[in-house]
Design a protein around this ligand. Structure first.
Ligand SMILES: NC(=O)c1ccc[n+]([C@@H]2O[C@H](COP(=O)([O-])OP(=O)(O)OC[C@H]3O[C@@H](n4cnc5c(N)ncnc54)[C@H](OP(=O)(O)O)[C@@H]3O)[C@@H](O)[C@H]2O)c1
Length: 398
């Protein structure tokens, strides 16, 4: 397939190219020499083309590489995917392989209709497109969490889960089955990649998205700032009432916060490893397959709490199991924190272990090893997040 791709000058269609992972895949495969078309939506302020060019600026993609980049305005919620029949016909004749990375990634239940519309109906439209043209391979970016509500070993096979933590997990699981069945029927090579939780670049700290692992850290920093303001501007009465105060040196804030966490921890993958791992699977997967893009060494929530305390001048944050909490009532700080991180709480007590039996050997052959989530990596990523206002400044540009 790899040799054929090069010889035929394969044209790839990528969805989700204005997003975190899709833009990394696009940037990576452009640099690898591929001819790429991105299906992208416009925003109220910018055309699809402008949005893609801005994100390619962020990735520092040189002008000559961008000659192999084409943008087509499209939307998975549009019946024909693209606004006009002529563009659809042209794409049907051109596209050799599809990398489907677009998704509604919200975990909140009130967005269920939108999540189903994009992750299932939108996917069906794209599969219909794949089946109508000359598409030879469909690469679906799924998630390791299709495993659903369960503990223990999760294999690199289609998930049979029936219970999920949210509509996102549920639709991604159903989506894998849709992809698998349709592509099998149509004789299209099917490659499903399942990342766990992806964060910024392990060496630069840069990221485009500040959800998941960033969110609880940001919540703790937000609470810290509320109490620091109270101490500095209002004599600290609220802080004292909550048992919060500055240490004698005046630089460390004691803020008692018990975080409920069970199990071995969170499987975290930096985006540089994700991009390399995806490219390795893309290059070598010659038959249908499902691959976990995971670290394999989970990071315990207690370690993330310790990193947060060390970097942000805090004391008193600790992870505890439900047994250790022993039903004791939550303090106001703990209740506020739990509310802020509510949708991520199942992932803080994750007991799912993701197999690497199929993906591991591919990574080993490519000389890839997932970097560890050390304090230095954490610090780089969180410094970048703070610099860009946790995405407020960078996130709006595209
Ligand atoms: N980030 C992670 O940690 C992680 C972990 C596991 C799996 N994944 C999977 O990786 C994929 C990418 O996630 P991400 O983190 O990169 O998310 P993201 O940054 O939110 O990107 C989502 C992308 O989907 C596009 N999209 C959404 N609705 C669309 C529609 N109706 N039509 C066309 N495009 C649409 C978005 O376009 P706009 O820019 O126009 O909104 C954006 O480009 C998803 O399939 C997700 O399930 C991500």
């Amino acid at each position: 397939m790899e040799r054929n791709r090069r010889e035929r000058n394969s044209r790839l269609l990528i969805t989700g190219g204005t997003g975190f992972l899709g833009s990394h895949i696009a940037a990576r495969l452009l640099q690898d020499g591929f001819e790429i078309t991105l299906l992208a939506r416009p925003s109220p302020e910018a055309t699809a083309e402008q949005r893609v060019q801005r994100i390619m600026d962020w990735h520092d993609i040189p002008a000559d590489t961008r000659r192999r980049l084409h943008v087509v305005q499209g939307d998975l919620c549009h019946p024909g995917l693209v606004p006009d029949a002529a563009t659809r016909c042209r794409l049907l004749a051109e596209v050799d392989e599809i990398i489907h990375c677009a998704s509604e990634t919200s975990f909140v239940e009130r967005k269920r209709v939108q999540i189903e519309e994009v992750n299932l109906r939108g996917l069906e439209r794209l599969l219909d497109f794949a089946a109508s043209g000359r598409c030879a391979a469909f690469h679906y970016v799924s998630t390791a969490f299709v495993a659903g509500r369960r503990d223990g070993f999760c294999a690199e096979i289609l998930s049979t889960a029936r219970e999920f933590h949210n509509a996102y997990e549920e639709t991604k699981c159903l989506a894998e089955r849709l992809v698998w069945e349709c592509c099998r029927r149509e004789g299209i090579l099917t490659v499903i990649c399942r990342p766990s939780i992806v964060y910024g670049h392990s060496r630069t700290g840069r990221s485009l998205l500040f959800n998941a692992i960033y969110h609880p850290v940001r919540a703790a920093v937000f609470l810290r700032d509320v109490f620091l303001r109270d101490i500095r501007e209002n004599r600290g009465e609220r802080a004292r009432a909550a048992g919060v105060g500055l240490d004698p040196g005046g630089t460390i804030l004691h803020m008692p916060l018990r975080i409920q966490a069970e199990g071995p921890g969170i499987d975290l993958v930096p985006v540089d490893f994700f991009a390399d791992a995806f490219a390795a699977i893309f290059a070598t997967a010659l038959e249908d397959g499902i691959f976990h893009l995971v670290n394999g060494r989970p990071t315990h929530v207690g370690e993330i709490a310790a990193f947060t305390a060390r970097m942000f001048g805090l004391r008193g944050i600790e992870a505890m199991s439900a047994a250790d909490l022993d039903g004791s009532p939550r303090s106001a700080i703990e209740a506020a924190f739990e509310q802020m991180v509510d949708v991520y709480r199942p992932y803080m007590s994750d007991r799912r272990i993701f197999a690497r039996e199929k993906s591991g050997p591919i990574f080993a052959r490519a000389g890839l090893e997932c970097p560890s989530f050390t304090f230095e990596v954490f610090q780089r990523c969180m410094s970048y997040a703070v610099d860009v206002g946790w995405g407020k400044t960078s996130g709006q540009r595209w």
